[in-house]
Design a protein around this ligand. Structure first.
Ligand SMILES: [Zn+2]
Ligand SMILES: [Zn+2]
Ligand SMILES: [Zn+2]
Ligand SMILES: [Zn+2]
Length: 169
């Protein structure tokens, strides 16, 4: 940014006047370009990564010990960053099916990207979420992984119990 005054107004002043207060990054005075999926704060491109804004950075530090692949114990680094002003990438390193952390190299059995577009002010923002499935959940991804299967079994079990009691008074 060129801060030499042109016609008496610096770029910084011009920039500030063009951005309303509501659209400011919660960490600095830059324009907020994305919204953290975890804390819902509006953040600029520099502060969008979790390590760059509080309280997510502090949570990340505290959680670091527990952020390990549930199969092999390799530490994983959940991350998010901005590719441009309007496209953001979020990779939580968790299995969509069971919610546990999985490493990228060995225990992410299946990986795909899901896109959502949200409107922020005048612009549409594209969020790209990395969806992972572990070895166990990958075959079950159509029913929502282990958690989904658990729910299904519970439902089937209830139905079976009802039928059983209905026929055995
Ligand atoms: Zn910022
Ligand atoms: Zn955050
Ligand atoms: Zn692993
Ligand atoms: Zn899983």
């Amino acid at each position: 940014m060129n801060d030499e005054p042109v016609n008496g107004i610096t770029d910084t002043q011009r920039h500030f006047s063009s951005v309303s207060n509501a659209r400011r990054c919660s960490e600095c005075s830059e324009e907020a370009l994305g919204r953290c999926p975890e804390c819902r704060k509006g953040l600029c491109q520099d502060h969008f990564p979790k390590q760059q804004h509080s309280p997510c950075a502090e949570n990340q530090m505290k959680m670091a010990q527990n952020q390990v692949c549930y199969v092999c114990g390799t530490q994983v680094y959940p991350d998010q960053w901005s590719l441009s002003k309007t496209s953001h990438v979020v990779d939580a390193f968790t299995c969509q099916g069971c919610g546990r952390y999985v490493c990228n190299e060995l225990h992410t059995h299946h990986k795909k990207d899901e896109f959502t577009i949200t409107r922020e002010g005048l612009r549409g923002h594209r969020y790209q979420y990395t969806v992972r499935y572990c070895d166990l959940c990958s075959p079950l991804q159509h029913v929502g992984g282990l958690k989904g299967l658990g729910r299904m079994i519970a439902t089937v079990g209830t139905v079976a119990a009802v039928i059983f009691f209905y026929f055995h008074p």
